[in-house]
Design a protein around this ligand. Structure first.
Ligand code: MN
Length: 241
């Protein structure tokens, strides 16, 4: 049986209502990798989230435009932070900490990698352009989401290296935050040439991987990125059995 992959959603303020929404590219990528996508709304009730965790075999923490709430790692917002969504953070942090405890496979993408790191005790740069000297471009304007933009170097013998079968990779990039202090038991497995952390992996958990780029937008045009979703689906199959 195909594994069920829970995909987190964002709260987006429309003209009249708030919508629970996520890019359909996550759904497509999970589907094409052989998983059953299941969208998870932001909910306030912890028991509801426990039930979601009982249903899913793997967890995909998605990206988003809001910054991760810096209070979660003991900081006040810098001016460049802009909007946050504490309800979403609360919901995703709970899903992550419980998934880590239950050994449910997790893939964190962009903001999702940042949330994974913070949920496990790490910290972030709230804004790399003002906080990291000589940072390169990570947030190009008017760039198609399915175009690659900057290079990353993958760590030898990492899960990422075995997925991509290469130590150098071109990726897309749409972020102004980044991982600063890596959470305990995680290692950095990709960096861009300015030293910004572009991927993390847990050392012991079966599959807890975060990437700072957006593989879900690349899977059609640059099909090797589907490998990340296949790895999540394979690990989730293992968890199911
Ligand atoms: Mn980047």
């Amino acid at each position: 049986m195909k594994p069920v992959i829970g995909i987190t959603t964002a709260l987006i303020q429309g003209a009249k209502k708030v919508y629970a929404t996520v890019s359909n590219n996550y759904v497509h990528s999970v589907e094409r990798a052989g998983g059953i996508p299941l969208l998870l709304p932001v909910v306030a009730d912890a028991e509801t989230r426990e039930r979601y965790l009982a249903i899913i075999d793997g967890l995909l923490i998605t990206g988003g435009d809001e910054g991760v709430n810096p209070q979660l790692y003991g900081e006040n917002p810098v001016r460049q932070l802009e909007c946050i969504c504490p309800e979403r953070d609360c919901s995703e942090v709970h899903l992550i900490t419980e998934s880590m405890r239950q050994n449910i496979p997790i893939l964190g993408i962009c903001r999702g990698m940042q949330t994974l790191n913070v949920a496990c005790g790490g910290t972030l740069y709230q804004d790399v352009f003002s906080q990291v000297d000589a940072s390169l471009g990570h947030l190009p304007k008017n760039m198609p989401v399915d175009s690659v933009y900057h290079a990353v170097t993958l760590e030898e013998r990492s899960q990422l290296e075995s997925i991509f079968k290469s130590s150098r990779l071109m990726v897309n990039s749409f972020h102004h935050q980044a991982v600063k202090d890596v959470a305990n038991s995680f290692t950095v497995t990709a960096r861009s040439d300015d030293g910004i952390i572009e991927a993390i992996e847990h050392q012991d958990h079966s599959f807890a991987v975060g990437v700072q780029w957006h593989p879900e937008d690349l899977t059609l045009k640059h099909t090797h990125f589907l490998g990340l979703f296949s790895a999540l689906v394979t690990a989730s199959n293992g968890h199911r059995n």
